[in-house]
Design a protein around this ligand. Structure first.
Ligand code: GLU
Length: 364
């Protein structure tokens, strides 16, 4: 059966999923915090643009991605880092180093494009987003041409680099993107940055969605369909190793397609913030050689409606020495450090974030 094509919606957005993480309460086991947080997540009563709901407390939603990717768990970690509910133990006593009164939740979404839509609609306060998608959203170009520019979109931090994964079975006769013609291919879920970039890769090789049998699914179901032989390949843009791909590689021999210079030549430099990258050899079982591919930064974004003090406090909390291990740890070599965070975001920094990086000596 042919999957529904998302022509009706140029942005390819998917309905928001109700899967929130109350990061702070989960991490610290603060049961009392679950009451306001669940009210926020299930009833949707609280408007995100008006986060002050109770004396001394503010609630914020962080848009992430599919539970199978990195955005969702990282959004939960960011929620932990920036939250500081009233009564929490002070930072200097080993407690929270977040923004006083702030309680943040991470919400699962379709990914980057959905997140931009959520910010524009005011249903999200912060979001993870690919730098290319953020750039196009702010400038109202490419996939956002129909909706126009979003000059209020600003960045708090570049966090780490994501890689384009184009996965096939090891014994597949697909060795080049062109070989996908006429095949059933999972391009990414509606609302994802993956879908936008998958379309660009196809176009760079002279293909459109009409030349393949497109499937619009999350990485988990896409991997299952690859195992079942129901699809020939799937795309996913995420930091390597992607858990779904790791598990898939252990279940069945896989190959990652090389997206070499030809892909860039086909894009002819029209797509800033998509750069050449490598998935190192040995990251996935049975894939011993490095794979050339596209790389893009994962950025924490917000809008100018967030006040400068809060934006400053959130940025400081993310890079606080007590939680800095979230990023730049030895286990996560792809993760960035605060010295790199203000660069390559695709969009300007929020004034509060700019102030933090200047004060902390990461910007002149
Ligand atoms: N970059 C992906 C997207 O926006 C999501 C990656 C992830 O969840 O780790 O579609």
């Amino acid at each position: 059966m042919r999957a529904r094509r998302p022509d009706a919606d140029a942005l390819g957005t998917s309905p928001p999923r109700r899967r929130d993480v109350l990061g702070y309460a989960w991490a610290l086991g603060l049961g009392a915090l679950t009451v306001p947080a669940l009210a926020l997540s299930t009833a949707g009563i609280v408007r995100a643009q008006d986060p002050s709901t109770a004396a001394g407390q503010r609630f914020m939603r962080i848009g992430t991605g599919s539970a199978a990717g990195h955005y969702f768990p990282i959004g939960g970690m960011i929620a932990n880092a920036i939250s500081r509910p009233p009564g929490a133990r002070p930072c200097e006593k080993g407690g929270s180093c977040g923004v006083p009164g702030l309680i943040a939740v991470a919400q699962s979404t379709g990914g980057s494009v959905d997140n931009i839509r959520g910010l524009a609609a005011g249903t999200l306060n912060l979001a993870l987003c690919q730098a290319d998608i953020a750039y196009w959203a702010r400038s109202g170009s490419a996939v956002f041409e129909d909706v126009g520019p979003m000059p209020d979109l600003v960045a708090l931090a570049r966090l780490y680099d994501e890689k384009m994964h184009l996965v096939v079975r090891a014994n597949s006769d697909v060795t080049r993107v062109e070989d996908l013609r006429g095949r059933r291919v999972a391009l990414g879920e509606l609302g994802s940055g993956t879908l936008v970039d998958a379309r660009l890769v196809l176009a760079a090789h002279g293909l459109t969605e009409d030349d393949v049998e497109p499937v619009y699914d999350r990485p988990g179901p896409a991997a299952d369909q690859l195992v079942a032989g129901e699809i020939e390949a799937f795309f996913f843009v995420g930091a390597a190793p992607v858990t779904v791909v790791t598990e898939l590689a252990e279940a069945l021999p896989i190959r990652l397609l090389d997206l070499n210079g030809e892909t860039f030549a086909g894009m002819s430099g029209r797509h800033p913030y998509l750069s050449a990258g490598v998935i190192p050899g040995g990251v996935y079982a049975g894939v011993p050689e490095p794979v050339s591919t596209l790389a893009v930064a994962a950025v924490l974004v917000t809008t100018k409606t967030l006040d400068t003090e809060t934006a400053h406090g959130i940025t400081r909390a993310i890079w606080h020495p007590n939680v800095r291990g979230l990023f730049g740890s030895e286990d996560e070599p792809e993760m960035l450090t605060p010295a790199l965070a203000p660069h390559g975001t695709g969009i300007p920094l929020h004034a509060g974030a700019q102030r933090y990086y200047e004060e902390a000596g990461y910007l002149p």
